[in-house]
Design a protein around this ligand. Sequence first.
Ligand code: DQQ
Length: 481
Amino acid sequence: MSDRLSALPFDESLQAKLASDPLRPQYHLLPKANWMNDPNGPLFYDGRYHMFFQYNPNGAFWGSMHWAHAISPDLIHWTHEPVAMAPTPNGYDRDGVFSGSAVMDGRTPTMIYTGVLPPATSAEITLDDGNHKWREVQCLATSDDPMLRTWKKLPEPVIAYPPKGMQVTGFRDPTVWLEGDDWYLTLGSGFKGKGGAILLYRSKDLRHWEYVHPLVEGAGNGKASVNPVDNGEMWECPDFFPLGGKHVLLISTMGKVRWKTGTYREHRFTVEKEGVVDWGSYYAAKTQATRDGELILWGWIPETRPEVEYRAAGWAGLMSLPRTLSLGKDGTLEMTVAPAAELLRGEHVAVAPGIARAEKEKQIMDLRIRNLAAEMQVECSGEFQMELVSESGERFAEIVCGKSELRVNEVRGDLDGEGVSLRVFLDGSSLEVCANRRTAITARVYRIPRGDLRVKVRNVEGLRSMDVWAMRAISKDRLTT
Ligand code: DQQ
């Protein structure tokens, strides 16, 4: 790896600006500066968690995709490492090292990812989003470094073209798994005028792949769109795994991560139930196994403010907190923030269950959230409405759990279940909310309240308990390292 890559462009004035930016999260993973997007190839290896993610070293805007790298002992505290993979000049990933996955090939950590390059002819274009026209190929890299800092790429792609005669709307984001003696790989794809699709491949050695058939195909929303990702005719970032006796497929399209649960038989996936993983600002989700074999879900939390604003801020995007997954009896994908996040908890205040209304109101009135960093857990019977307001009463955020809807500020998601069990994680401009393990909304709030935040609750009668923790920063200077 060249020296150019080992140092992030990062000067002291930028560092000071980021360290004092109250909108910048303090306990989530995000790069020291600049743009990040999708989680890539998360891997527990040799006693450490490795996270890679899409990263632009040139500034806080999408482009020139590299893989940044961070290491953690516990899924929460991270150390930034030098960039792990950069585009190779004249290589098959010369225009970008796009998303992909990590697997252990025996004892060898192996990445399979999408490289993008200019097409030699228009027939080679697989990505046309109205701004770029690229050829996408699937590439492989291995590492013999115990810290996974250095990666050796194969000089040729392992999948160079889509299946013969197939005209696709996209061809990227491989996910790989072992089934018996065979490796399987899925690619995000789709067909114009029809809908998204996941292509399935098989291999004995991760290097030679045969196309099997579509794992599953779906319909777009029928609207015309320049970028096929916007109307569901291209599915990005597939992830496919067994859970609770069924299989789960995650795809990212039309701005959301969608889950599909169903049956995987004869290498085809029959969808039985589907929904939205997170109704807010959340994309390109990816799972990994913990050291105990438990499944963890990561996702990219994009900015929702205008590009000029995040470019000026010098940073854009963060990684969600790790979430654990389970399958509900009715086939619904359920999730909650992983217990590892409890490592962040500081001072604790609780509104005790079973006390008189007046006492409850007083305890709520006395609550304060400092530094825009808190976890809240709320149990409520019936509907629930809570506001976070500044000392002078200006609204910062509103969370409403109605009969069939969760709303966080202006973002809405379907909600079901009796009563409300709510988890809220506030970190600067990021507000992750999960209700009844079934509905998640990650909102972005670009407001800087004057002073601490106070809590206002509408249905105090129904409130059974409320726990609030201050959350500890994972670095002293908001650089998350
Ligand atoms: N982001 C990557 C692609 C993927 C998209 C490029 C999803 O590989 O399809 O940065 O956010």
